[in-house]
Design a protein around this ligand. Structure first.
Ligand code: PEP
Length: 236
């Protein structure tokens, strides 16, 4: 079973999301776990269906006076079971720092919500990729937590939205490195998924890489036909 996680980012109007959810009724998956992360506003439209619900962010505090934020308890009571944390857009454009990423992960784990920790290197960091990934893992993981529950999304930042993906060999060696680093350092067996320009064409190549536990989709998840094709290929 592979995870196929759709991150809608800040897309769709209310009318568009209603149509999307309706079309989703025709999308089936036998062996995979589908997770949808729409805008907070649209979470209720995705509830009670044959897939799981995720959120694109969570507040770094439990509750209280934090205008515009959404708490882990609010998410949980809305049926959310996955939260994307530390997406590169939030790290780079919205200045999300390591401290708040760590707090968000703790809050999710305490509330039995699965954190999806995004890590990845910039184009100019390609030759020090392992150092970047190690820092992102170390600043998010804390000993004594249920670290096996964390899903790591490896997303090379230069691949997001560009149509360019790393080679099969590159992905394989990066995944091997992440899995063994997490195992040796934290004694954790985390699922590792790939994100960055996954589409209905390159999914054939990506799906040959056994070590990938699933995919985080951005652009391709916005179009039902592309999503359907991706699920079909992953289904085998
Ligand atoms: C992402 O932003 O996490 C992502 C994977 O986007 P895209 O698929 O559009 O590259």
């Amino acid at each position: 079973m592979k995870l196929i996680i759709s991150n809608h980012k800040m897309n769709f109007t209310l009318e568009e999301i209603k149509i999307y959810v309706e079309q989703l009724e025709t999308v089936q998956s036998k062996n995979n776990l589908l997770v949808f992360c729409p805008s907070f506003l649209y979470l209720p439209y995705f509830k009670g269906k044959n897939y799981s619900l995720g959120s694109q962010n969570v507040a770094s505090q439990k509750m209280g006076a934090l205008t515009g934020e959404v708490s882990v308890e609010q998410l949980k009571s809305s049926g959310v079971s996955y939260v994307i944390i530390g997406h590169s857009e939030r790290r780079n454009l919205l200045k999300e720092d390591k401290d708040s990423i760590q707090k968000k992960i703790s809050l999710c784990l305490e509330n039995e919500i699965t954190p999806i920790l995004c890590i990845g290197e910039q184009l100019e960091e390609k030759n020090q990729k392992e150092k970047v990934l190690q820092e992102e893992i170390d600043s998010a993981f804390q000993e004594g937590q249920a670290l096996d529950e964390i899903i790591i999304a490896y997303e090379p930042i230069w691949s997001i939205g560009t149509g360019i993906i790393p080679s099969k060999e590159d992905i394989t060696s990066t995944f091997e490195w992440i899995k063994s680093y997490v195992k040796e350092t934290y004694h954790a067996n985390c699922k590792v998924i790939y994100g960055g320009s996954v589409n209905e064409e390159n999914i054939r190549l990506l799906n040959q890489i056994q070590i990938i536990d699933g995919y985080l989709l951005g652009g391709a998840s916005l179009e039902i036909e592309k999503l359907r094709e991706i699920i079909k290929v992953v289904e085998g």
